[in-house]
Design a protein around this ligand. Sequence first.
Ligand SMILES: NC(=O)c1ccc[n+]([C@@H]2O[C@H](COP(=O)([O-])OP(=O)(O)OC[C@H]3O[C@@H](n4cnc5c(N)ncnc54)[C@H](OP(=O)(O)O)[C@@H]3O)[C@@H](O)[C@H]2O)c1
Length: 230
Amino acid sequence: MRKVLVTGATGAIGEACVRAFADAGYYVYIHYRSQEAKAQSMLESIQNGEIVYCDVRDGESVKSAFGELDLDVLVNNAGITKDNLFFWMKDEEWTDVIDTNLNGMYRVTKAVVEKMIVKKNCAIVNVSSVSGIAGNPGQTNYSTTKGGIIAFTKALALELGRYKIRVNCVAPGLIESEMTESLPLKELKKGIPLRRIGKPEDVSEVVLFLADKASYITAETINISGGMVR
Ligand SMILES: NC(=O)c1ccc[n+]([C@@H]2O[C@H](COP(=O)([O-])OP(=O)(O)OC[C@H]3O[C@@H](n4cnc5c(N)ncnc54)[C@H](OP(=O)(O)O)[C@@H]3O)[C@@H](O)[C@H]2O)c1
């Protein structure tokens, strides 16, 4: 049975990824940080898996949680926003977002990649954002991490291709979730060619495709924004 780790599995996109991989027959490691009960109830609703705690800002926590996992697929999905105009941005708003989104992805990938190299035929999918492609006012910290994730994906894909490990990225636009619930979505919809906000499943189906089906795609970023960012 193929095994996948989904980080940030208790969030909207993470949960959709858990369900997509479970439906595809995977054993799913459901990673959580503060929402153990949600992770546990998700586990009860899928066939095979387990819940795993760690804070991706803490290197030791990441190593002890993930260091022994024998994965076929890693989905680096955990992430936060702390928006502010750059002029007003506090140091901790900058460093928290960098440490969670960018350093967190580094720590998780570092913890699992050696076993993937030995195993071969694995896949990594990183969750970026259109904010990392086009930029977004109020998100210099977040855009920096999401652009960095795209660059990281390309460089790592070039290193790992020889081991038949594919590394790809998705760049969602506006997706229904806690991250977007306070935004004026009615207004924002008008700027989306498909005229709707994305659903978490719009993202998870592409994540599953990249991990499980797209055998000749690597170092790629797929934009999932209803055409909002081209
Ligand atoms: N929603 C969108 O419109 C959108 C658009 C583009 C990209 N994305 C990206 O998609 C990913 C998932 O977003 P989402 O909308 O599903 O967000 P969400 O609902 O807020 O979920 C975020 C997940 O990340 C986890 N997380 C945050 N900080 C963590 C830490 N220090 N250690 C471990 N886990 C941590 C959260 O766990 P806790 O709740 O316990 O902190 C939660 O499970 C993120 O990378 C986000 O940047 C989202």
